[in-house]
Ligand binder design. Structure first.
Ligand SMILES: [Zn+2]
Length: 219
């Protein structure tokens, strides 16, 4: 675990605590990517930040607190492939559908396990996508038209962010340990205390199958 490198995309209410947990768990190298700055309105659920951090780049502040490397930039299709390939696991802590689908595709192409984390109101979802799938597109083939920016529209109950971050970190650790189970979706509801697990089914013709074939093909 001390030689494992994990890429965390989004250093907000999910990504920052995931980084904290993984660092405490002994993950050797963490990279935090986020283009945004700390804002006053989300301090209540972004537990690594304090009032004095307002206005500073989230990735830098969070990285300094957990001994990670910071990349203050927006990950995209140009800078993403190389960054993903340099890591043994990727955690998506963003609230952007576009970013979730981009990371899904980049990780499938690179054969790197990916943990999607999302929270809104009292609910959270954690989706572990293994190389070869099934993947996010097996659940939802294309991103919704508008990027709804779910969490700034609906808000997040603070403990829901913490619960999702802990589950996402645990899934990342399982992926790093090579636990070979199919991709799975965890749903947590803080209003009822329920936690459900669903095995993902591959959608026939999904790109995750093609990506697996490409990875298996001799060079
Ligand atoms: Zn798929």
């Amino acid at each position: 675990m001390e030689h494992a490198a994990v890429l965390i995309v989004g250093a907000g209410g999910l990504g920052a605590p995931v980084a904290h947990i993984l660092q405490r768990a002994g993950v050797g190298s963490l990279t935090l990517v986020d283009p945004d700055r700390v804002e006053e309105e989300n301090l209540h659920r972004q537990i690594l930040y304090r009032d004095a951090d307002i206005g500073r780049p989230k990735a830098e502040v969070a990285a300094s607190r957990v001994g990670a490397q910071a990349q203050v930039m927006r990950l995209d299709e140009h800078n993403g492939p190389e960054l993903v390939r340099r890591h043994a696991c990727v955690v998506d802590g963003t609230d952007s559908f576009r970013m979730k689908f981009l990371l899904n595709d980049l990780c499938l192409e690179a054969g790197v396990p990916l943990v999607h984390a999302a929270a809104a109101r009292f609910q959270g979802q954690v989706l572990l996508v293994r190389p070869g799938g099934p993947c996010l597109r097996c659940l939802l083939p294309e991103p919704p038209d508008a990027d709804t920016d779910e969490c700034s529209r609906t808000g997040i109950f603070g403990p829901a962010a913490g619960a999702v971050a802990a589950l996402a970190a645990a899934e990342a650790l399982r992926a790093l340990q090579g636990v070979s189970e199919p991709s799975q979706l965890l749903l947590v509801h803080l209003g009822t205390g329920r936690l459900d697990r669903t095995r993902l089914r591959a959608l026939p013709g999904c790109r995750c199958a093609a990506a697996t074939d490409a990875l298996r093909a001799p060079a």
